[in-house]
Ligand binder design. Structure first.
Ligand SMILES: [Fe+2]
Length: 454
């Protein structure tokens, strides 16, 4: 067998005592053959894995084997437990066909730990729009954990802007083998592989992992549900997540806690959406109850969509329906919880924004109840946006920037610090990275730090 580790390695879902290790075998990643995703023959392949505390695999070595099954596109999800909290580990896989690269991962901090947490937030990586240079820089930072807030792939047919072509199967994906092949296309990228190999990821999805602007069960047709099933299955197969889809559903909303410092509440704004709510009743209940009872210093909502009010001056519509402005009653209930240390991390709009959350966005005297940081895109091109006009029309929004990049954050018992990291171009490889702005909050208002480019 040729080298099957063409899609790299990944880890995710860090707990104080465990992580998930991932790889997917693909000897021919771009294969368009529905019967052979990744060019793999339809039979099980035994994969052995190793994990240790050092890169030479001599300290605290653990190992085992797993079956890469054709039913799951030859993906492997190894759930390792019994590890030490807040500790770096290294891992690799081996088959008859060769050995994978080595990945670095890290467990979550012990529940008693007050150690600061370093994390990154990324989203929106349309392949044909450019190079994943931002991920190369993110990987170099080796954060404790990386959050991805959606549009990991785009199901759309290849766009008019083609910095690099999708290759075979450039049409809109709707069937399982098409989603699988689209993930494989994206995951052949060496910078994306480097970002996965540098730190554990906790991803959530937005719409393009399935279909542009879909919600819930779509139109309820058998055709749409088949498509959603296929998309959810391919999502699981290609990301280092802990749970599998069951009966056409995939449990995505969840909490990842780091010591006494950070409760990351990862939301699903698609699967449970109904006519009136973004999250559905069960997820809202889960969220509100934790917002109120969490004993941890910071409550960090990790989710795709612009959370604060964003009124766009000009011809209607001025408020976007497929965002929290389209679900104001549920947003108000979340803000009314008055959760201490609330911050929201978002994506979707392909530009960077920072702002303050207000109990009532239309009342200038209303209290500031948190902060929002909207990461830009890794590559996806933004719509034309008059940033200064939007800032002027929304006094609670404090910052706009029009570059591709990601968020680099540190949270401690004292403060949350967010650096907007940007690259100047994605149409060629090799862009340097710089910090275009840095904000600090201690739990209410936002302070902008003077930053020199670095
Ligand atoms: Fe996007």
């Amino acid at each position: 067998m040729a080298n099957p580790f063409t899609l790299g390695v990944a880890s995710g879902e860090p707990l104080p005592d465990g992580v998930v290790l991932w790889t997917r075998l693909a000897v021919n990643p771009l294969s368009a053959d529905p019967a052979r995703p990744g060019g793999m023959a339809p039979r099980a392949v035994e994969v052995s894995w190793q994990l240790a505390e050092d890169e030479r695999f001599t300290q605290g070595l653990r190992q085992g084997t797993a079956q890469a099954l054709p039913a799951w596109a030859h993906s492997v999800h190894v759930r390792v437990s019994g590890l030490k909290a807040g500790t770096d580990y290294f891992y690799r896989f081996r088959t008859g066909g060769g050995q994978s690269p080595v990945g670095r991962t890290r467990t979550a901090d012990d529940p008693e730990s007050a150690r600061p947490v370093r994390f990154a937030v990324a989203s929106c990586q349309r392949y044909e729009h450019g190079f994943y240079t931002a991920y190369r820089h993110l990987a170099a930072e080796r954060p404790d954990v990386v959050f991805h807030v959606g549009d990991y792939i785009y199901e759309s047919r290849q766009s008019a802007r083609v910095v690099r072509p999708l290759g075979p199967l450039p049409g809109e994906t709707s069937r399982l083998h098409e989603y699988r092949q689209r993930y494989a296309r994206y995951k052949t990228d060496p910078d994306l592989q480097a970002a996965h190999a540098a730190a554990p990821w906790v991803p959530t999805w937005d719409d393009h992992e399935v279909l542009d602007n879909y919600r819930g069960r779509g139109d309820g047709s058998a055709a749409f549900l088949r498509r959603r099933d296929a998309a959810y299955q391919a999502y699981y197969e290609n990301l280092p997540i802990r749970v599998r889809p069951q009966g056409g559903n995939l449990q995505m909303y969840r909490r990842r806690t780091y010591g006494t410092v950070a409760d990351f509440m990862v939301l699903d704004v698609r699967q449970h959406r109904d006519a009136t709510t973004m999250l559905g009743a069960a997820q809202e209940q889960w969220l509100l109850s934790r917002l109120v009872t969490s004993p941890v210093r910071w409550r960090l909502l990790v989710q795709p969509l612009f959370f604060a009010r964003r009124f766009v001056p000009g011809p209607a519509p001025n408020l976007r329906g497929d965002s929290w402005d389209g679900h104001q009653a549920q947003r108000s209930r979340i803000l009314a919880a008055n959760a201490p240390g609330l911050a929201v991390f978002s994506g979707d709009v392909h530009n960077a924004w920072a702002g303050e959350l207000k109990a009532d966005f239309l009342d200038p005297g209303s209290a500031v109840v948190g902060a929002e940081f909207v990461g830009t895109s890794i590559t996806s091109m933004p719509p034309a946006t008059d940033g200064p006009a939007v800032l002027a029309a929304n006094p609670h929004l404090k910052f706009f920037d029009d570059h591709r990049g990601y968020l680099s954050c540190t949270v401690s018992g004292e403060e949350l610090r967010v650096a907007f990291r940007a690259v100047d171009f994605v149409d060629n490889p090799g862009a340097p990275v710089r910090t275009v702005a840095e904000f600090v909050t201690k739990g209410s208002g936002l302070t902008s730090e003077n930053t020199s480019s670095k």
